[in-house]
Design a protein around this ligand. Structure first.
Ligand code: IMP
Ligand code: MG
Length: 180
C-alpha cells in the first residue's frame, strides 16, 4: 500500500486533533436540539466514529449508503441509495457526515432527500473539502481540511475499495489510477 502513496497530507494525530475540535463545536451548536448524526457509508465510518466520541450532548446515529462512483475516480452524477436510514428523520436536526466533498453532486442529492423527509434542519460535516471541482452551489458549513485536486485515500477513504485502513490521509500516485 505504502508504495502507492504520493504524499501524506495529514497524520493521524493531526486528524484526531481536528476532529476533536469539530466535535466540540457541534456540541455547542446543537445543545438542546434533537440531533441525528447520519454517516454516509462507507467512506465516513472512521471519521464518524471519531467525531461521535467528541460530541458530548445526546444524539442519535444512523447510516445511509449511496453509490455515485462505482470503481472509477470520476463522478457519474447519478446517485443511488444502497442502504436507507433505519429511523425517521422528521423534525430532527440532521448532520450529514461525509468523508470528502468533491463535485458536491452526492450531497446535493442527499440534502434534497432529507428536505423531502421534513428534517427540522440539515447541515453538512465533512472531513475533507475539495472545492476545485465543485459543480453545485452547496453550503459546506463544517469541514476539517481543504485538499488539493488530487485523488485522496486513507482514514476511511478508498480508491476501488482499497486504502480505507490507512490511519492517515494521503494523495495517491497518479499511475495507480490513471491507466484504469
Ligand atoms: P461528489 O459527489 O463528487 O462530491 O463526491 C462525493 C464522493 O466521492 C465522496 O463521498 C467520496 O466517496 C468520493 N470521492 C470524491 N473525491 C475523492 C477522492 O479524492 N478520493 C476518494 N474518494 C473521493
Ligand atoms: Mg463517499
Amino acid at each position: 500500500m505504502k508504495e502507492d502513496i504520493k504524499e501524506v497530507l495529514f497524520s493521524e494525530e493531526v486528524i484526531v486533533d481536528k476532529v476533536k475540535q469539530m466535535g466540540e463545536t457541534l456540541s455547542r451548536n446543537y445543545k438542546g436540539k434533537d440531533l441525528l448524526v447520519v454517516g454516509v457509508l462507507k467512506g465516513s465510518v472512521i471519521f464518524a466514529s471519531e467525531l461521535l466520541k467528541h460530541i458530548d450532548i445526546p444524539c442519535e446515529l444512523d447510516f445511509i449508503a449511496v453509490s455515485s462512483y462505482g470503481n472509477s475516480t470520476q463522478t457519474s452524477g447519478v446517485v443511488r441509495i444502497l442502504k436507507d436510514l433505519d429511523n425517521d428523520v422528521e423534525g430532527k436536526d440532521v448532520i450529514i457526515v461525509e468523508d470528502i466533498v468533491d463535485t458536491g453532486l452526492t450531497l446535493s442529492y442527499l440534502l434534497k432527500y432529507f428536505e423531502d423527509r421534513n428534517a427540522n434542519s440539515i447541515e453538512i460535516v465533512t472531513l475533507l473539502n475539495k472545492p476545485a471541482r465543485r459543480k453545485t452551489n452547496i453550503d459546506v458549513k463544517y469541514y476539517g481540511f481543504e485538499v488539493p485536486d488530487e485523488f485522496i485515500v486513507g482514514y476511511g477513504i478508498d480508491y476501488a475499495e482499497k486504502y480505507r485502513n490507512l490511519p492517515f490521509i494521503a494523495s495517491l500516485k497518479e499511475e495507480v489510477y490513471s491507466n484504469k
